[in-house]
Design a protein around this ligand. Structure first.
Ligand code: PHE
Length: 494
C-alpha cells in the first residue's frame, strides 16, 4: 500500500481502532480512546478515514419526544380535560352555565370538546358521563404518557403519541443523529509505520526555507476537491450601497447634497409647485396627511403670492387655475409625496445663486403594497439652476448620470407635470426594453416667479427602488426590504 497521507487525528483514530478487538465505536468511546474532548475532531477524523475506506460510518436518526410549553403546564396543573373532569365530579350539578362561570372561555370551549370525545354528553344543559371508569383510565394513561417524557419515540404508545401530536403545544419532537464508526478490513491492513503522528507542515514560511529542516519534514497535501466554507463578513445593505454610489456620481458631477425633513406642508409640497388645490393626487386616498399637528403655519405673504398665481396667474401672464385658493389647505401638514418639496424650498432660500443640488431620500404615498409598489420609497431628485440652462443640458445631465450608473441607453419622452414646461419622462433600456424611471422638466414661471427665481431651473425626480430593481435584477420590489439574509449575502458588491 502507498503511504496514505493521513492527518494526525486520522492516524491516532485508526491506530486506536486497530489496537482493539472491537469493531463498532460510539462517539464517546472514540473520545476516550483517542484522548480527545472535542467531538468535532473525532467526527472530522472519522470523515477523513471514511473517505479512504478505512472506516465506515453509520448514522441513526432518533426522535426524542419532549414536553412543550403547554405540556409543562399540564404537568404542573393537570391536563385541561383532567381539570374539567375534577370539577365535574366535584359539583352537584355540572351544568354548562356553571362550567362557563368556572372556566375561562378559551378553556371551556375546547375543554368540553375533549370531554365529549371521552364520552361525556350534554343533557338538558347538564354534563353527563356515561362511563366514569373508562374516562378515568384514559385520563390516567394521558397523564402517565406526559410523565414519561422526555423519551425516545419508539418507547411510547403510538395511539397516545398521535393524540398529543394533534394537540397544540403539548409535546415536541427533537431529532438526533447518532453515529457509530466501524473499522474496515482495509483499515486494519494499514501498517503502523503510517500511523505515527508526525509534525506535518501545512505552510511554507521563509524561516523554514532558511534552514535544512524542510528536507526531512512531511508536507500536508492539499485536497482541492474538498468543499470549503464561504467566508462571510459584514457589508452594506444593497440599497445603502446603491445610495452611496448615486451620491458619489452626483458629487463627481459637481452637485451638493440636500437633506431635509419629510414632514412638510401641502403649501410647499403642492401649492408652490402650481399643483391645483383640487388635483386628485392631493386627496386623502393618495397622500398621508398628519392629524397632529393639524396645521403648520406659513407666512401670509407667501401664501398670498401662491393665491394670486393659482387664482389668476398673478403677474406671470398665466391664467392660473381659477377658483379660490385656500390658506387652510396650504397649511395642512403631510408626509412629502416627492422630494421636489425640498428642492423648491432650497431655491426659495437661494433664489439668485446658481446651483446644482441633489437628494436621495424617502417619500410617502398611499399605495397598496404589491410587486412594484410600496407606500414608502425613495426618490433621486436634482436641480440645476443657472443662466442659460436649457433642455439640452437637462437631457445630457440625465444621460450622463445613468451612463455613470451603468445604463448607457437613455431616452426621454414628452410628459406632463403641473410645475414644469416642457416636461419629460426618462426611460432607460434594460434587457431590450424601455423602462420608465422618472420625470423631469424646466420649472414653469408660475413656480419660479413668486419665489424671485430668475434663471431657468432644470429639475428631475426618479425612483430609487425602480433603479435598484434593475441593478439587482429583481422582479419584486419587496425583496429589497424583507431582510432575507440568504439573498442579501448573494448580492453583488455595488
Ligand atoms: N416630482 C415628480 C414625481 O414625483 C418628478 C419630477 C421632479 C418631475 C421634478 C419634474 C420635475 O414623479
Amino acid at each position: 500500500m502507498d503511504a496514505p497521507n493521513l492527518l494526525n487525528p486520522e492516524r491516532r483514530m485508526l491506530l486506536k481502532m486497530q489496537q482493539n478487538e472491537q469493531t463498532v465505536w460510539s462517539l464517546d468511546e472514540l473520545l476516550v480512546a483517542c484522548d480527545w474532548t472535542d467531538q468535532a475532531v473525532a467526527v472530522g477524523a472519522g470523515h477523513g478515514l471514511e473517505n479512504r475506506g478505512f472506516v465506515s460510518v453509520e448514522e441513526n436518526v432518533t426522535t426524542e419526544i419532549r414536553l412543550d410549553s403547554e405540556g409543562d403546564n399540564a404537568l404542573e396543573f393537570g391536563l385541561l380535560e383532567q381539570r374539567l373532569w375534577n370539577w365535574m365530579t366535584a359539583v352537584n350539578e355540572p351544568s354548562m352555565r356553571a362550567l362557563q362561570a368556572e372556566f375561562e372561555r378559551h378553556e371551556a370551549g375546547p375543554g368540553v370538546g375533549l370531554l365529549k370525545q371521552l364520552g361525556v354528553s350534554i343533557d338538558g344543559g347538564v354534563l353527563v358521563a356515561q362511563d366514569s371508569t373508562h374516562i378515568e383510565s384514559v385520563l390516567k394513561q394521558r397523564q402517565d404518557f406526559l410523565n414519561a417524557l422526555p423519551c425516545d419515540m419508539n418507547g411510547l404508545d403510538d395511539g397516545l403519541l398521535q393524540h398529543f401530536r394533534q394537540r397544540k403545544g403539548l409535546i415536541a419532537s427533537f431529532e438526533q443523529t447518532i453515529r457509530t464508526w466501524s473499522i474496515t478490513d482495509l483499515g486494519r491492513s494499514v501498517q503502523d509505520e503510517y500511523l505515527n503522528e508526525t509534525v506535518v507542515i501545512s505552510e511554507l514560511t521563509p524561516e523554514l526555507l532558511q534552514t535544512d529542516a524542510w528536507k526531512d519534514a512531511e508536507f500536508r497535501a492539499f485536497d482541492v476537491t474538498l468543499e470549503s466554507a464561504t467566508p462571510r463578513r459584514g457589508r452594506s445593505h444593497p440599497m445603502q450601497a446603491l445610495i452611496e454610489r448615486i451620491r458619489s456620481v452626483f458629487l463627481e458631477m459637481g452637485f451638493s447634497e440636500l437633506v431635509d425633513d419629510y414632514v412638510q406642508t401641502a403649501g410647499w409640497n403642492m401649492d408652490a409647485l402650481f399643483i391645483p388645490q383640487d388635483h386628485p393626487a392631493r386627496e386623502m386616498q393618495d397622500t398621508f396627511y398628519l392629524k397632529e399637528p393639524a396645521k403648520m403655519e406659513l407666512s401670509e405673504e407667501l401664501m398670498g403670492k401662491w393665491k394670486s398665481i393659482h387664482e389668476d396667474g398673478g403677474a406671470t401672464g398665466s391664467t392660473g387655475w381659477g377658483g379660490s385658493f385656500s390658506f387652510d389647505t396650504a397649511q395642512r401638514p403631510l408626509l412629502r409625496t416627492h422630494t421636489t418639496v425640498n428642492t423648491i424650498q432650497y431655491l426659495a432660500q437661494h433664489p439668485k445663486e446658481a446651483c446644482r443640488v441633489f437628494s436621495v431620500d424617502r417619500v410617502f404615498r398611499k399605495e397598496a403594497i404589491d410587486r412594484t409598489h410600496l407606500p414608502e420609497f425613495h426618490q433621486i431628485e436634482g436641480i440645476i439652476m443657472e443662466e442659460g440652462a436649457n433642455l439640452q443640458m437637462l437631457v445630457t445631465t440625465l444621460k450622463t448620470f445613468y451612463a455613470k450608473m451603468g445604463y448607457p441607453e437613455v431616452r426621454v419622452r414628452p410628459a406632463y407635470f403641473p410645475y414644469t414646461e416642457p416636461s419629460l419622462e426618462i426611460e432607460v433600456k434594460w434587457h431590450g426594453k424601455w423602462l420608465e424611471l422618472g420625470g423631469a422638466g424646466i420649472f414653469r414661471p408660475e413656480v419660479t416667479e413668486p419665489l424671485g427665481i430668475e434663471s431657468p431651473v432644470l429639475a428631475w425626480g426618479m425612483g430609487l427602488e425602480r433603479l435598484a430593481m434593475l441593478v439587482l435584477g429583481l422582479d419584486d420590489i419587496r425583496q429589497l426590504y424583507i431582510s432575507d439574509l440568504d439573498w442579501l449575502r448573494q448580492q453583488p458588491l455595488l
